[in-house]
Design a protein around this ligand. Structure first.
Ligand code: CA2
Length: 148
């Protein structure tokens, strides 16, 4: 039988990881994060679809496409976290277990980063652990899938 598929969706500017602001977001690139996530997912018996876009509609399309097909979604919506009702609605409509991830601890940062529309649709949220947050999110989803 095929492995369950986890969709990992990354939002705007996350393609810049490793190139600027290493003090906030670390030195790893998004490609490094993808490699680590794929390898950890394989050890858990999961397949990964890993995506990034700077465009809100792409994120909405990918989340919609997960409905009935993916066993879980990991979302780091970048700045759209704090603004996008469209992404929230797509997550609610998808009816796929969602774990929200942020590299930085958004609660230690500016006030406008403290609220998240994504959180309203997420089973849980992991922030402040850098790229390891994606690994923790895969562990959480693997356990939820096993239990379901
Ligand atoms: O901490 C996170 O993962 C964030 O989702 C990152 C977003 C930010 O808007 C959220 O509030 C928290 C920003 C991603 C931008 O990434 C960059 C990486 C390197 C250089 C510039 C931006």
């Amino acid at each position: 039988m095929a492995n369950p598929t986890i969709l990992i969706v990354n939002g705007p500017n996350l393609n810049m990881l490793g190139k600027r602001q290493p003090e906030v977001y670390g030195r790893e690139t998004l490609a490094d994060i993808e490699t680590a996530a794929r390898s950890h997912a394989a050890s858990l018996g999961l397949d990964v679809e890993f995506r990034q876009s700077n465009h809100e509609g792409d994120l909405v399309d990918w989340i919609q496409g997960a409905r009935g097909r993916c066993a879980g979604i990991i979302v780091n919506a970048g700045a759209y976290t704090h603004t996008s009702i469209a992404i929230l609605d797509a997550l609610l409509a998808a009816e796929v277990t969602c774990v929200e991830v942020h590299l930085s601890n958004i609660h230690q940062r500016e006030e406008f980063r403290h609220s998240s529309f994504v959180s309203k649709a997420a089973k849980g949220m992991i922030c402040g652990f850098g790229s390891h947050g994606y690994i923790l999110a895969l562990d959480a989803l693997a356990r939820l899938i096993r239990e379901s």
